[in-house]
Design a protein around this ligand. Structure first.
Ligand code: PEP
Ligand code: MG
Length: 601
């Protein structure tokens, strides 16, 4: 098991999703999900060492739980700390530990496998007894199992102190893990899965951190402390770089998006943004993490167009309570100022953490599963708490609420009814409540097809183009195998955007486009041509988009968009965009800002 590791220079290629290049020391971060357990056969001489490894993992887990319990008692009160007692008791359970050690010895296998075998057996017993109390116990068992497996892997579950030059390496980063990392110290990010619109990518771009995703098996090869270079210009990742490679990269290293955005931030970003023919376009900010808050005003964003609230969740998947959320939304309203902030209901499930499934049950098809609004309606206690926090914060600042993944108007009606009930209840309790506009995310084809009707049921639309592309083209946004099919400029996507924008205009409600398309100048120009007048993006993307849109004529963008709508394929649209935008404004749209031409032949 402890074969000597090859420390020669090794290279990987993945999908570059931000800019810049950086070198640093690997910090492996466990995502807490999608953990594959392998069975490793041991030689007779390795068995006792394996048992000791298992015991060390139990001790480490115990120390972590004691620390967590202390913290919970301090911050939440003694009565909330008891949940950790159940986990501590389980770890101390003689029978469980004896069974795991017996499997290691009798089957001569690794601890991970033995833990899985034993805990699966226990879980099977719990599952047979259909009793709510016992079912809760089974999620405790899964939690303890996960903790043991992480301890065995010698990794962090997030929330650890970072050295100055950390390169985060993970299979996949969940919002809750990202939220617990201290991004001021992160040099670069490398993950095995993901694509251009995965959350790792969105965050890394927003923070200007070099990131490469879709590396497939880098996580297994890298160890915490290894040196690695992440080149987000080419998608190349080098593990154990040789001295000359290191020097080469150092000479080439240049700052990422945030730093270059900062360089242009001195332009007057506060004046209204008008195209050359006088059409106003409003640019708002998408934010996830507190480190981004100060950029909202620095880059002249007109408020916060999208707050991905699932980033408030902790790593263990626990929901912030009403007071914590209220404080977070008040802060958001303060940051957003008079233009206000739009809080999206927890968009859990799908690629956004498995918190929706804390009982550990994996969904067969999570993107089509109990995600977003579906999860919120199923767990209406969660929705009610969030609605109350938003309503209360709205008494002191402008806060709106947007419902993610709407596929049926009934979901809108049910969610609105719950918000209204909570508003009435709060008033009954004598609490101040503000007016909260409720909008729908347009990101599922059925919402587009019914957008004229949907527009009469909500106060605004938010077009989530990341999911709209995913669901319209049936292509997993986080799977690099199908990245070639993820075409934001597919004519079906453009027609959907056009239809939703027209529906909003027809009903007299605002529509903001808040997917990643909005953050890319050429795509933003196409969106404006399709009729978008409000775009929301990572704050650091604003200066570039702003400069581009200020240099175009809306009229001309509309002409290009009309031509694109006539196309039959994404290739044809991309060609139209290259010719239409690049040909008309070569200074604004340099070749690397345009979709690359397809190889002929
Ligand atoms: C989208 O789907 O485009 C969107 C804005 O939300 P998210 O990327 O968080 O799904
Ligand atoms: Mg979405």
């Amino acid at each position: 098991m402890s074969a000597k590791r090859d420390k020669r220079e090794q290279r990987w290629r993945g999908v570059a999703v931000s800019d810049g290049v950086a070198a640093g020391r690997v910090l492996r971060v466990h995502s807490g999900a999608r953990h594959s357990i392998y069975r490793v056969a041991l030689d007779a001489g390795e068995v006792e060492r394996e048992v000791r490894r298992y015991r060390a993992a139990v001790r480490l887990s115990r120390r972590q739980l004691l620390a967590l319990k202390k913290r919970a008692a301090r911050t939440l009160g003694e009565e909330h700390a008891y949940i950790f007692d159940a986990h501590l008791l389980m770890l101390a359970d003689r029978k469980l530990n004896d069974d795991v050690e017996a499997v290691i010895r009798s089957e001569r296998v690794n601890s991970e496998w033995a833990v899985k075998v034993v805990t699966d057996r226990v879980l099977a017993v719990y599952e047979e007894v259909k009793d709510d109390y016992l079912r809760e116990r089974s999620s405790d068992i899964e939690d303890v199992t996960r903790r043991l497996l992480v301890a065995l892997s010698g990794e962090s579950m997030g929330g650890r102190r970072l050295t100055e030059d950390a390169v985060i390496v993970a299979e996949e980063l969940m919002p809750s893990t990202i939220a617990e990392l201290d991004f001021t110290h992160i040099k670069a990010v490398a993950t095995d899965v993901g694509g251009w619109t995965s959350h790792t990518a969105i965050i890394a771009r927003g923070l200007g951190i070099p990131a490469v995703v879709g590396l497939r098996d880098f996580y297994r090869a890298a160890r915490t402390g290894d040196t690695a270079i992440i080149d987000a210009r080419t998608g190349e990742v080098v593990l154990h770089p040789a001295a000359e490679t290191f020097e080469h990269f150092r000479a080439e290293a240049r700052p990422g998006a945030e730093a270059s955005a900062r360089a242009v931030a001195s332009e007057d970003l506060r004046a209204p943004l008008l195209t050359r023919d006088g059409v106003e376009v409003i640019l708002r900010a998408n934010v996830e993490l507190p480190v981004e808050y100060e950029w909202v005003s620095r880059y002249g964003a007109r408020g916060i167009g999208l707050f991905r609230s699932e980033f408030l969740m902790s790593h263990r998947g626990s929901m912030p309570d009403e007071e914590e959320q209220r404080a977070a939304y008040l802060e958001l309203a303060r940051v957003a100022g008079e233009d206000g902030a739009t809080v999206r209901l927890f968009d859990l499930g799908g690629d956004k953490a498995s918190a929706a499934h804390q009982d550990g049950a994996e969904e067969r098809n999570p993107a089509l599963g109990l995600r977003a609004i579906r999860f919120c309606l199923r767990r209406d206690d969660v929705l009610r708490t969030q609605a109350r926090a938003v309503l209360r914060a709205a008494a002191h600042g402008r806060i709106d609420l947007v419902l993610p993944m709407i596929s049926d108007i009934t979901d809108v009606r049910r969610a609105r009814a719950i918000v209204e009930e909570e508003s009435a209840r709060l008033k009954g309790e004598g609490r101040a409540v503000g007016r909260v506009r409720v909008g729908a995310m347009i990101e599922v084809p059925s919402a587009v097809i019914l957008s004229e009707k949907l527009a009469r049921e909500v106060d605004f639309f938010s077009l989530g183009t990341n999911d709209l592309v995913q669901y319209t083209l049936a292509v997993d946004r986080g799977n690099d195998e199908v990245a070639d099919w993820f075409r934001s400029l597919h004519p079906a996507v453009l027609q959907s955007v056009r239809r939703a924008l027209d529906a909003a205009r027809g009903a007299g409600i605002p529509a903001v486009v808040c997917g990643e398309m909005a953050a890319s100048p050429a795509y933003a120009a196409v969106l404006v041509g399709l009729g978008a007048r409000e775009l929301s993006m990572a704050p650091s993307a604003i200066p570039r988009v702003r400069r581009t849109l200020a240099g175009i004529e809306c009229d001309e963008a509309e002409r290009v968009a009309r031509e694109c709508l006539e196309c039959a394929t994404a290739d044809e649209v991309e060609e139209r965009v290259r010719v239409g935008l690049g040909g008309r404004w070569p200074n604004l749209f340099t070749p690397e800002m345009l979709p690359p031409p397809k190889d002929k032949g």
